[in-house]
Design a protein around this ligand. Sequence first.
Ligand code: SF4
Length: 257
Amino acid sequence: MGKKSNGWADILTKVQRVANPETRVTDVLVEVLENAIVHRQKTDGWRSTHVHPSNLWRGERWWYFYLTQVAEKGEENAHSLRRMQNGTKAHERIDKYLQDTELLKDVRVKVVAIEHYFKNETLNFSGRIDAVVEILGTLYNLEFKTAKSSVFKSVQKSGPSSDYLWQAAGYTYMNGYPTIFLYENKDTQEWYAMIVKSNDYVPKVEAKLKAIKEAVTTKQVPPLCDTGCNTCKFVQHCATVQRQPMEALSSDALSGH
Ligand code: SF4
Protein backbone atom coordinates (compact mmCIF):
# COMPACT_ATOMS: atom_id res chain seq x y z
CA MET A 1 0.00 0.00 0.00
CA GLY A 2 1.40 3.41 -0.95
CA LYS A 3 2.37 5.92 1.72
CA LYS A 4 0.15 8.97 2.16
CA SER A 5 1.92 12.05 0.80
CA ASN A 6 2.76 14.87 3.17
CA GLY A 7 2.82 17.40 0.32
CA TRP A 8 5.54 20.02 0.64
CA ALA A 9 7.27 18.14 3.46
CA ASP A 10 7.84 15.17 1.14
CA ILE A 11 9.11 17.38 -1.69
CA LEU A 12 11.50 19.10 0.73
CA THR A 13 12.78 15.71 1.93
CA LYS A 14 13.41 14.62 -1.66
CA VAL A 15 15.33 17.82 -2.41
CA GLN A 16 17.39 17.34 0.77
CA ARG A 17 18.17 13.75 -0.22
CA VAL A 18 19.50 14.83 -3.59
CA ALA A 19 21.57 17.54 -1.92
CA ASN A 20 22.86 15.22 0.76
CA PRO A 21 23.55 11.67 -0.48
CA GLU A 22 24.53 10.59 3.04
CA THR A 23 20.94 11.09 4.22
CA ARG A 24 19.78 8.91 1.36
CA VAL A 25 22.14 6.12 2.50
CA THR A 26 20.74 6.16 6.03
CA ASP A 27 17.18 6.26 4.69
CA VAL A 28 17.88 3.20 2.56
CA LEU A 29 19.32 1.38 5.57
CA VAL A 30 16.26 2.09 7.74
CA GLU A 31 13.85 1.28 4.93
CA VAL A 32 15.47 -2.08 4.13
CA LEU A 33 15.75 -3.07 7.79
CA GLU A 34 12.09 -2.23 8.38
CA ASN A 35 11.09 -4.22 5.30
CA ALA A 36 13.08 -7.17 6.66
CA ILE A 37 11.21 -7.00 9.97
CA VAL A 38 7.83 -7.00 8.21
CA HIS A 39 8.94 -9.73 5.79
CA ARG A 40 9.85 -12.00 8.70
CA GLN A 41 6.45 -11.43 10.29
CA LYS A 42 4.65 -12.22 7.03
CA THR A 43 6.71 -15.40 6.57
CA ASP A 44 6.11 -16.59 10.12
CA GLY A 45 2.38 -15.90 9.99
CA TRP A 46 0.59 -13.23 11.92
CA ARG A 47 -2.64 -14.37 13.37
CA SER A 48 -3.59 -17.07 15.84
CA THR A 49 -6.74 -19.10 15.37
CA HIS A 50 -7.34 -19.23 19.12
CA VAL A 51 -8.40 -16.70 21.70
CA HIS A 52 -5.36 -15.84 23.78
CA PRO A 53 -5.11 -14.31 27.24
CA SER A 54 -3.24 -11.10 26.42
CA ASN A 55 -6.23 -9.80 24.45
CA LEU A 56 -8.94 -11.48 26.47
CA TRP A 57 -10.04 -8.02 27.63
CA ARG A 58 -11.18 -7.22 24.08
CA GLY A 59 -14.89 -7.40 23.31
CA GLU A 60 -16.61 -10.36 21.71
CA ARG A 61 -17.11 -8.49 18.45
CA TRP A 62 -13.38 -7.73 18.21
CA TRP A 63 -12.62 -11.40 18.70
CA TYR A 64 -15.22 -12.34 16.11
CA PHE A 65 -13.47 -10.20 13.50
CA TYR A 66 -10.05 -11.47 14.60
CA LEU A 67 -10.96 -15.13 14.35
CA THR A 68 -12.97 -14.95 11.15
CA GLN A 69 -10.21 -12.84 9.52
CA VAL A 70 -12.68 -10.72 7.61
CA ALA A 71 -10.66 -7.54 7.99
CA GLU A 72 -7.46 -6.52 6.29
CA LYS A 73 -4.21 -7.36 8.03
CA GLY A 74 -3.31 -4.36 10.09
CA GLU A 75 -0.41 -5.14 12.38
CA GLU A 76 2.41 -5.53 9.89
CA ASN A 77 4.09 -2.42 11.11
CA ALA A 78 7.85 -2.45 11.71
CA HIS A 79 7.69 -0.18 14.78
CA SER A 80 5.09 -2.23 16.64
CA LEU A 81 6.90 -5.44 15.70
CA ARG A 82 10.15 -4.08 17.18
CA ARG A 83 8.32 -3.14 20.37
CA MET A 84 6.96 -6.68 20.59
CA GLN A 85 10.41 -8.17 20.01
CA ASN A 86 11.89 -6.03 22.80
CA GLY A 87 9.32 -7.64 25.07
CA THR A 88 10.47 -11.06 23.88
CA LYS A 89 14.07 -10.21 24.73
CA ALA A 90 13.05 -9.12 28.23
CA HIS A 91 11.27 -12.45 28.65
CA GLU A 92 14.36 -14.37 27.60
CA ARG A 93 16.18 -12.60 30.42
CA ILE A 94 13.60 -13.57 33.05
CA ASP A 95 13.67 -17.16 31.76
CA LYS A 96 17.40 -17.20 32.45
CA TYR A 97 16.95 -15.81 35.98
CA LEU A 98 14.33 -18.44 36.69
CA GLN A 99 16.64 -21.21 35.49
CA ASP A 100 19.43 -19.83 37.66
CA THR A 101 17.32 -20.12 40.82
CA GLU A 102 17.99 -23.86 40.63
CA LEU A 103 21.64 -23.21 41.36
CA LEU A 104 20.73 -21.68 44.72
CA LYS A 105 19.02 -24.79 46.06
CA ASP A 106 16.70 -22.51 48.03
CA VAL A 107 13.71 -24.73 48.80
CA ARG A 108 11.35 -21.78 49.30
CA VAL A 109 11.00 -21.23 45.55
CA LYS A 110 10.71 -23.98 42.96
CA VAL A 111 10.30 -23.28 39.25
CA VAL A 112 7.80 -25.85 38.01
CA ALA A 113 7.60 -24.77 34.34
CA ILE A 114 8.93 -22.00 32.13
CA GLU A 115 6.94 -20.77 29.11
CA HIS A 116 4.10 -23.04 30.10
CA TYR A 117 1.79 -23.61 27.12
CA PHE A 118 -1.90 -24.34 27.65
CA LYS A 119 -4.74 -25.04 25.29
CA ASN A 120 -8.46 -25.59 25.75
CA GLU A 121 -9.75 -26.91 22.43
CA THR A 122 -13.39 -26.85 23.51
CA LEU A 123 -13.30 -23.15 24.25
CA ASN A 124 -10.72 -22.37 21.55
CA PHE A 125 -8.44 -20.75 24.12
CA SER A 126 -4.66 -21.05 24.23
CA GLY A 127 -1.66 -19.21 25.57
CA ARG A 128 1.72 -19.31 27.19
CA ILE A 129 2.26 -18.48 30.85
CA ASP A 130 5.75 -17.09 31.50
CA ALA A 131 6.27 -19.54 34.35
CA VAL A 132 4.56 -21.65 36.97
CA VAL A 133 6.35 -21.39 40.30
CA GLU A 134 5.88 -22.91 43.73
CA ILE A 135 6.52 -20.41 46.51
CA LEU A 136 6.44 -21.56 50.13
CA GLY A 137 4.41 -24.60 49.08
CA THR A 138 1.78 -22.80 46.95
CA LEU A 139 1.62 -22.80 43.15
CA TYR A 140 1.37 -19.51 41.22
CA ASN A 141 1.38 -18.40 37.61
CA LEU A 142 4.13 -15.86 37.00
CA GLU A 143 3.81 -13.17 34.37
CA PHE A 144 6.68 -10.78 33.62
CA LYS A 145 5.85 -7.22 32.61
CA THR A 146 8.00 -4.27 31.65
CA ALA A 147 6.72 -0.73 32.13
CA LYS A 148 7.98 2.81 31.83
CA SER A 149 8.41 4.68 35.13
CA SER A 150 5.02 6.41 35.12
CA VAL A 151 3.14 3.13 34.57
CA PHE A 152 5.37 1.30 37.05
CA LYS A 153 4.51 3.84 39.76
CA SER A 154 0.82 3.69 38.93
CA VAL A 155 0.87 -0.11 39.22
CA GLN A 156 2.56 0.14 42.61
CA LYS A 157 -0.18 2.51 43.74
CA SER A 158 -3.33 1.10 42.16
CA GLY A 159 -2.51 -2.28 40.63
CA PRO A 160 -2.65 -3.30 36.98
CA SER A 161 -5.27 -2.13 34.49
CA SER A 162 -8.33 -4.22 33.69
CA ASP A 163 -6.86 -5.66 30.48
CA TYR A 164 -4.13 -7.27 32.58
CA LEU A 165 -6.69 -8.45 35.13
CA TRP A 166 -8.42 -10.32 32.29
CA GLN A 167 -5.10 -11.90 31.32
CA ALA A 168 -4.36 -13.02 34.89
CA ALA A 169 -7.91 -14.32 35.19
CA GLY A 170 -7.46 -16.31 31.98
CA TYR A 171 -4.47 -18.08 33.50
CA THR A 172 -6.24 -18.73 36.80
CA TYR A 173 -9.31 -20.01 34.95
CA MET A 174 -7.13 -22.57 33.18
CA ASN A 175 -5.21 -24.02 36.12
CA GLY A 176 -6.70 -22.56 39.32
CA TYR A 177 -3.45 -20.92 40.47
CA PRO A 178 -3.34 -17.26 41.49
CA THR A 179 -1.21 -15.07 39.21
CA ILE A 180 1.79 -13.00 40.24
CA PHE A 181 2.91 -10.12 38.04
CA LEU A 182 6.59 -9.21 38.24
CA TYR A 183 7.05 -5.70 36.87
CA GLU A 184 10.36 -4.28 35.70
CA ASN A 185 10.77 -0.53 35.44
CA LYS A 186 12.25 -0.02 31.97
CA ASP A 187 13.95 3.20 33.04
CA THR A 188 15.53 2.05 36.31
CA GLN A 189 15.35 -1.78 36.09
CA GLU A 190 13.70 -1.76 39.52
CA TRP A 191 11.35 -4.70 40.20
CA TYR A 192 7.94 -4.87 41.84
CA ALA A 193 5.96 -8.11 42.31
CA MET A 194 2.30 -8.42 43.22
CA ILE A 195 -0.37 -11.10 43.47
CA VAL A 196 -3.01 -9.92 41.00
CA LYS A 197 -6.50 -9.39 42.38
CA SER A 198 -8.36 -10.88 39.42
CA ASN A 199 -11.00 -12.88 41.32
CA ASP A 200 -13.85 -10.76 39.93
CA TYR A 201 -12.75 -11.58 36.38
CA VAL A 202 -12.16 -15.32 36.67
CA PRO A 203 -15.89 -16.25 36.60
CA LYS A 204 -16.38 -14.10 33.49
CA VAL A 205 -13.72 -15.87 31.43
CA GLU A 206 -15.72 -18.96 30.53
CA ALA A 207 -18.83 -16.95 29.60
CA LYS A 208 -16.79 -14.74 27.30
CA LEU A 209 -15.01 -17.64 25.61
CA LYS A 210 -18.33 -19.41 25.08
CA ALA A 211 -19.91 -16.28 23.60
CA ILE A 212 -17.00 -15.83 21.17
CA LYS A 213 -17.16 -19.46 20.11
CA GLU A 214 -20.92 -19.32 19.65
CA ALA A 215 -20.64 -16.17 17.50
CA VAL A 216 -17.97 -17.72 15.27
CA THR A 217 -19.86 -21.02 14.93
CA THR A 218 -23.19 -19.41 14.09
CA LYS A 219 -21.61 -16.56 12.09
CA GLN A 220 -23.60 -14.09 14.16
CA VAL A 221 -21.73 -10.79 14.56
CA PRO A 222 -21.76 -9.85 18.27
CA PRO A 223 -22.97 -6.47 19.57
CA LEU A 224 -20.54 -3.55 19.71
CA CYS A 225 -17.77 -3.93 22.28
CA ASP A 226 -17.94 -1.69 25.33
CA THR A 227 -14.19 -1.02 25.29
CA GLY A 228 -11.15 -0.78 23.03
CA CYS A 229 -12.56 1.04 19.95
CA ASN A 230 -9.80 3.67 20.10
CA THR A 231 -7.11 1.03 19.46
CA CYS A 232 -9.15 -1.36 17.30
CA LYS A 233 -7.70 -2.35 13.95
CA PHE A 234 -11.15 -3.44 12.74
CA VAL A 235 -12.78 -0.07 13.31
CA GLN A 236 -13.46 0.67 9.64
CA HIS A 237 -14.76 -2.78 8.92
CA CYS A 238 -16.84 -2.75 12.09
CA ALA A 239 -18.68 0.37 10.97
CA THR A 240 -19.84 -1.37 7.78
CA VAL A 241 -21.13 -4.52 9.45
CA GLN A 242 -24.57 -4.79 10.96
CA ARG A 243 -25.37 -7.27 13.68
CA GLN A 244 -26.72 -10.03 11.48
CA PRO A 245 -25.57 -13.39 10.10
CA MET A 246 -22.60 -13.08 7.76
CA GLU A 247 -24.47 -14.75 4.88
CA ALA A 248 -26.94 -11.89 4.92
CA LEU A 249 -24.23 -9.32 4.28
CA SER A 250 -23.48 -8.16 0.79
CA SER A 251 -20.04 -8.91 -0.63
CA ASP A 252 -19.46 -5.14 -0.71
CA ALA A 253 -19.97 -4.89 3.03
CA LEU A 254 -17.61 -7.81 3.64
CA SER A 255 -14.85 -6.30 1.55
CA GLY A 256 -15.29 -2.99 3.34
CA HIS A 257 -16.28 -0.94 0.25
S1 SF4 B 1 -14.52 -0.91 16.55
FE1 SF4 B 1 -15.10 -1.18 18.69
S2 SF4 B 1 -17.01 -2.34 18.62
FE2 SF4 B 1 -16.02 -2.59 16.62
S3 SF4 B 1 -14.81 -4.47 16.81
FE3 SF4 B 1 -13.50 -2.76 17.30
S4 SF4 B 1 -13.57 -2.59 19.51
FE4 SF4 B 1 -15.34 -3.82 18.88
